[in-house]
Design a protein around this ligand. Structure first.
Ligand code: SAM
Ligand code: SF4
Length: 349
């Protein structure tokens, strides 16, 4: 018997059902969303910003309602981890309201709600963050020397951050310290930072400078390959490679003598893209599918145009279908323009 005519037609072009996981063309499930809640900051770190930054007009920045709607759509589609970043997330007015609002998803699709912060405002906010369901926080700290700290952050003061770290620990938050490796600036601080992290029970993660945005200086001068840091550390400590558990760019070792974990984020010397599970939403609702590429999807246009979550789902599918295989960072041409023109504070580190 001939098959019914309907079977010979091509399948209808229907979007996948709402709630189906977001999977990119390379089979990577998107389970991690980073949201930059502001491009503003109370510091001006030399590797991140120039001293005179022009920030976005407020009307361009997503409202808390809009961030919530977008984050909730991602969580419906399989996002299990949400990180708020910036700029400095804790300088956005009313940020605790947003954290509480997003915290309602914890245990209800979302496994983890966390932040990356410079720590300057944390002394007054750590307890509220913990009460809202935050359990872990990444705090940037490049040096324990007060003069060098002021030099690196331009506007920051070390005591603010140390007080913030103490408050976070007292509130029961697990603290991971991010330290950008800067040749000629904080190389001598690696051992003191390891000791500080061990004493406080914090993880320490070292980061290579990435060529993101004009910073009014030459980043190449301060570029310090972590392969060199690792070699130096290995002359003094026994470094045991740990299996990758984060799906992220950090590779961890355990220092046998102290038992502590040390991470290395080496975007320039190691390609971390194969296991990439993340996308980044800017403060203006632009979704970057890759930190190191310029392709972007305008989700603000969708949330401001329609209350229809079906249209939003379709926009997420379309965006994720464009996630590239990997990044194109290069930092070795002295004087060359940054590989990616936007600052880390725009995309959200
Ligand atoms: N203000 C917060 C902070 O400093 O933690 C969150 C945003 S900041 C952009 C996130 C992380 O990116 C920080 O750990 C910072 O040190 C790092 N970062 C900024 N610019 C960078 C660059 N060009 N290369 C590597 N890391 C960078
Ligand atoms: Fe601000 Fe963080 Fe950039 Fe430093 S690294 S200027 S604290 S956004």
């Amino acid at each position: 018997m001939p098959p019914p005519a309907a079977q010979t037609l091509p399948p209808p072009a229907v979007p996948p059902p709402a709630g189906s996981p977001l999977v990119d063309p390379f089979g990577r499930a998107i389970t991690y969303l980073r949201v930059s809640v502001t491009d503003r900051c109370d510091f001006r770190c030399i590797y991140c910003m120039s001293e005179n930054m022009t920030f976005l007009p407020r009307a361009e920045v997503l409202s808390f309602e809009e961030i919530d709607r977008l984050a909730s759509a991602f969580i419906r589609r399989g996002t299990r981890k949400l990180r708020l970043t910036g700029g400095e997330p804790l300088v956005r007015r009313g940020i605790l309201d947003l954290v509480r609002r997003l915290g309602r998803h914890l245990g209800n699709g979302l496994d983890e709600l966390t932040l990356t912060s410079n720590g300057s405002q944390l002394a007054g906010m750590a307890a509220d963050l913990a009460a809202a369901g935050v359990r872990r926080i990444n705090i940037s700290l490049d040096t324990l020397d007060p003069d060098d700290f002021a030099r690196v952050t331009r506007w920051g003061r070390l005591h603010q951050v140390l007080e913030g770290i103490a408050a976070a620990s007292a509130a029961g938050l697990h603290v991971k310290l991010n330290m950008v490796a800067l040749a000629g600036i904080n190389e001598a601080q690696i051992e003191p930072m390891l000791a500080f992290a061990a004493a406080g029970g914090h993880d320490l993660v070292m980061i290579e400078t990435m060529p993101l945005g004009e910073i009014g200086g030459d980043r190449v001068d301060h570029y310090l390959p972590l392969s060199r840091v690792r070699e130096r550390l290995a002359t003094r400590w026994t470094l045991i490679d740990l299996p990758d558990q984060t799906g992220g760019p950090a590779r961890y070792v355990r220092i046998a003598e102290t038992g502590q974990r040390l991470g290395f984020i080496t975007p320039l010397t190691h390609n971390f893209c194969e296991g990439c599970n993340r996308v980044r939403l800017t403060a203006t609702g632009q979704l970057y599918m890759c930190l190191g590429q310029d392709d972007v999807a305008d989700l603000r246009r969708v949330v401001r145009a329609t209350a229809d979550d079906g249209a939003l789902d379709a926009a997420l599918d379309e965006a994720i279908s464009r996630k590239p295989r990997g990044h194109d960072f290069v930092i070795d041409r002295r004087g060359a323009a940054p590989a990616v023109r936007r600052h880390m504070s725009v995309t959200g580190g």
